[in-house]
Design a protein around this ligand. Structure first.
Ligand code: TYD
Length: 206
């Protein structure tokens, strides 16, 4: 088989906090493994050095400006792509399908709504060491429903987990996704049952 066709597929899930990405990713992983595929599941922020700095900022323990956050998320993403051991590139090259929970669409939506969007876009889309996904699935949910889901699961909240901020981020997601016509992006209504959403996801991935 030529090397190119052996490469795995790179699938990204996006959505505001509480949209149900984790549940849907787990189900898709089971499905792909059941079909005999090798799957590498991963997420941003990562567990690496930069990812840890980001989690401290998200928890509100360290205050960071929007530009600092945009730069840190982008750095975390470059390392996530290129890390020789656990990087996205390596896994794709070895034939695994990579499923990633959040990617540059999140930086465009979250940080892009708080600082200069064209700067954030340029850093991410113009970076030769940040791969474009084969498919991006955006799970779309209202801020009311997502706050309700977040509240059910937790008592501590991260800096973006307020209704107003989620509203702004959701609007920004729609705006930035519409500005990427060359990409394979699908928007799914995430207010439906887990099974209905997963069935749509499997059709898209097939
Ligand atoms: P995530 O781990 O998906 O949230 P959860 O705590 O629900 O598992 O993401 C953590 C937060 O990071 C989330 O509020 C979105 C934010 N984020 C950005 O602001 N920019 C980014 O580029 C990424 C990847 C995440």
């Amino acid at each position: 088989m030529p090397k190119e066709t052996a490469r795995g597929r790179f699938i990204v899930f996006e959505g505001i906090d509480g949209a149900g990405k984790t549940t849907q990713i787990e189900l898709l992983e089971d499905y792909l493994r059941g079909k005999g595929r090798t799957v590498f599941r991963t997420a941003e922020p990562t567990d690496g050095v930069t990812g840890k700095m980001l989690r401290e900022a998200l928890a509100g323990k360290v205050l960071r400006t929007a530009c600092e956050l945009a730069a840190l998320f982008t750095l975390d993403r470059v390392t996530h792509n290129q890390d020789p051991e656990n990087g996205i590139e390596r896994h794709l090259r070895e034939g695994a399908d990579v499923i990633c929970d959040r990617y540059y669409y999140s930086t465009l939506a979250y940080q892009g709504s708080e600082t200069d969007l064209s700067w954030v876009r340029g850093m991410n889309l113009g970076c030769p060491e940040i791969r474009r996904p084969d498919l991006c699935i955006f799970l779309d949910l209202s801020p009311e429903e997502s706050m309700e889901r977040i509240r059910r699961g937790r008592t501590n909240f991260e800096i973006y987990e307020t209704r107003d901020r989620l509203e702004r981020v959701r609007e920004q997601f729609h705006r930035v996704l519409a500005q990427l016509p060359q990409e394979n992006i699908r928007i799914l209504n995430a207010a439906r049952s887990v099974d209905e959403i997963q069935s749509d996801i499997r059709k898209l991935v097939d």
